[in-house]
Write a protein that binds this ligand. Structure first.
Ligand SMILES: CC(C)(COP(=O)(O)OP(=O)(O)OC[C@H]1O[C@@H](n2cnc3c(N)ncnc32)[C@H](O)[C@@H]1OP(=O)(O)O)[C@@H](O)C(=O)NCCC(=O)NCCS
Length: 295
């Protein structure tokens, strides 16, 4: 069978949603409100009909490119189209002066091994685990939390992150600056405007902030926990567990049924407890994988 490949750097997500929606994988249509810039699209065709699509963007420096969607029509798989679309995009990006191309994918995707075959044979880096992703229902998890009987020690208290004052803010930033208090990706101030107020909390001891948990509403019924930090001095008291319990309880009270926890593979304190009890809580676990190629 003969296939042809066309590339354009003027593809918009809107256009793809209107004309080739079934060729989006993963389903980027959920990101419609956040993805406005033009993308580079590789369309594979057979007798002028589309049989595959790959979408990629650059990071504005012109050096780094990322594949966001990659899919061959199920009836045309295993015929080399996947290999060819990756070759096409690499050559195109290189010609534009790109130095690196990369992609993220999920460990549970059924085509993961076919994708990895393509990447390995085309000299992409050995895939690395990047994030641990846990998804579940607030009500199930709260049932489990209630059994543990743990109580917050008297001198500690929870508060809404939204209600911290200027002094608190300065205190957090000062400790970050002076002693690199927390890892960059645990920064509580990232995308503050979209924070889920009900389930973003600070933990205080005698008034001073000693930790926080931050979450963002990513769909009306899905809250994503993005950062959990406890000052090392206060960790032995199972504070992380208590803080997560409080946040998930408050989320449920606010009427938000589902949660998602994404954490770096090397810092998954948020998920560890849930994973240990995955059976009772019915949580779904996956990992995101990362691979790249220098061009
Ligand atoms: C991943 C995907 C794009 C690959 O497309 P494709 O056109 O089938 O790719 P190729 O024909 O080049 O096949 C790649 C390799 O996987 C093998 N393969 C593909 N489908 C297979 C199947 N169903 N059974 C066994 N082997 C299969 C091919 O034989 C080939 O192996 P090789 O490198 O040893 O020759 C396609 O499986 C797909 O669309 N999956 C769903 C979406 C997805 O997961 N995308 C990844 C997003 S990052």
């Amino acid at each position: 069978m003969k296939f042809e490949y066309q590339i354009s750097d003027q593809v918009t997500l809107d256009w793809v949603i209107r004309n080739m929606r079934q060729y989006l994988f993963p389903d980027l249509s959920k990101k419609k409100s956040r993805m406005h810039k033009n993308m580079i699209g590789v369309v594979a065709t057979h007798e002028k009909k589309p049989v595959g699509l790959l979408l990629c963007t650059d990071d504005n420096t012109g050096e780094n490119y990322r594949i966001h969607s990659f899919m061959t029509h199920p009836q045309y798989r295993k015929m080399g189209i996947g290999h060819s679309m990756i070759k096409e995009i690499e050559a195109y990006v290189k010609k534009r002066g790109g130095r690196k191309i990369d992609l993220y994918y999920r460990a549970h995707w059924p085509s993961r091994y076919f994708l990895e075959k393509i990447l390995t044979s085309q000299d992409w880096s050995e895939p690395k685990e990047d994030l641990i992703i846990v998804k579940g229902k607030a009500s199930n998890v709260n049932k489990l939390f209630m059994h543990t009987g743990l109580e917050l020690p008297e001198e500690y208290e929870f508060g809404a992150f939204r209600e911290i004052d200027e002094e608190d803010r300065k205190y957090i930033l000062k400790r970050k600056k002076e002693e690199n208090w927390y890892l960059d990706y645990l920064d509580p101030f990232v995308q503050e405007s979209s924070m889920c107020d009900a389930a973003s909390l600070v933990l205080r001891k005698e008034g001073m902030i000693v930790g926080w948990v931050i979450s963002h509403l990513i769909a009306p019924d899905l809250n994503e926990f993005t950062a959990l930090f406890i000052d090392p001095v206060h960790r032995p008291y199972k504070m992380a567990h208590l803080l997560m319990r409080e946040a998930i309880t408050r989320q449920q009270q606010a009427g938000i049924s589902n949660f998602l926890i994404t954490s770096k593979v090397d810092n998954y304190v948020m998920s560890r407890f849930l994973l240990r009890h995955a059976k009772e809580t019915g949580v779904f676990l996956t990992r995101s994988q990362y691979s790249a190629k220098q061009l």
